[in-house]
Design a protein. Sequence first.
Length: 323
Amino acid sequence: MKLNKLKIGKTETPGNLLLAPMADVTNLAFRLLCRQNGADITYTEMISADALLNENRKSLLKGLSSPEDRPFGVQLVGSSPEKLRETALFIEDECSPELIDVNMGCPAPRITGTGCGSALLNSEKLVYEIISELTGVLKTPVTAKIRILERDEKTLEIARLIEKAGASALTVHGRKAEQMYSGNSDLTTIRAVKRELSIPVIANGDIRDEESAEVAIDFTGCDGLMIGRAAMGNPFVFKRIRHYLETGEKLKIDRQVQQLEDFKSYIALLEEYSLYSSTNLRMHAHWFTKGLHGSRQIREKINNLKDGKALIELIKNSFEEIY
Ligand SMILES: Cc1cc2nc3c(=O)[nH]c(=O)nc-3n(C[C@H](O)[C@H](O)[C@H](O)COP(=O)(O)O)c2cc1C
């Protein structure tokens, strides 16, 4: 039995599998689907402090959370401690998430260009200020998500500062920012961070199946595993990994049938939570139908469909041999 309980702040979960924050992916419907499949904690897409303070605040939070998606974390991206504080207080008030996370890992130029995401890791002082500013005023436990740095000592220094500033957990993606997604996630550095800190450390990067999950937990000794890309179009990965860590046995599934069933459930959830029109369905359809014959037909036609019912009909017609 390798599925352990996880405790972050006051939040205790029976397992330690987390859904990674992913822009344009981890909307409420997708998070609910991952949760139904066994994710213990989910994170929202990153919310920009600047955008929230400049735009209609309430409209940005519309459809962000629901009582069914708990415990969950809201991830913030920003570089000004004051703006992050104001945003976090507003979110705490409006959504009462169990966790508020700070994005310190995104390497996309449009984010780092404004000093946010992984660019924060260039300034230990700012990292410390941001986390202390938040832990000083929030009732909600604060977590941070980082990438590793060029040298291990630097990664450990940042990790120690984040803990010292009062964070309740730290997620480490074992790649440097300049790697983007090339190479492999470095489990040795993640293990070094885990050994250094007393707060829970969550391992992230390249956990895609039963074996990679087992290796990550055994090798790093981390308190939790965070899964990102492997869940895209495949929330069932949580069920598979969970089952394996609990029993040592692999679930037998027909991946094609499973993907289509999950896609239908996803569309139904988008409709139920009125998120259908605000989601990039072509992208999600691409992931959910990856590797299936007839997937191109769906992607081509999707933009003209009015609602989820029409899309479910299209899926059925496109995959007659499976239904
Ligand atoms: C489409 C996409 C969007 C992402 N958006 C975010 C984000 O908003 N915040 C964040 O901290 N990381 C983001 N990430 C990084 C993931 O959370 C995760 O750290 C990374 O994908 C490595 O984990 P994986 O190998 O399990 O995918 C994103 C990744 C992808 C693929």
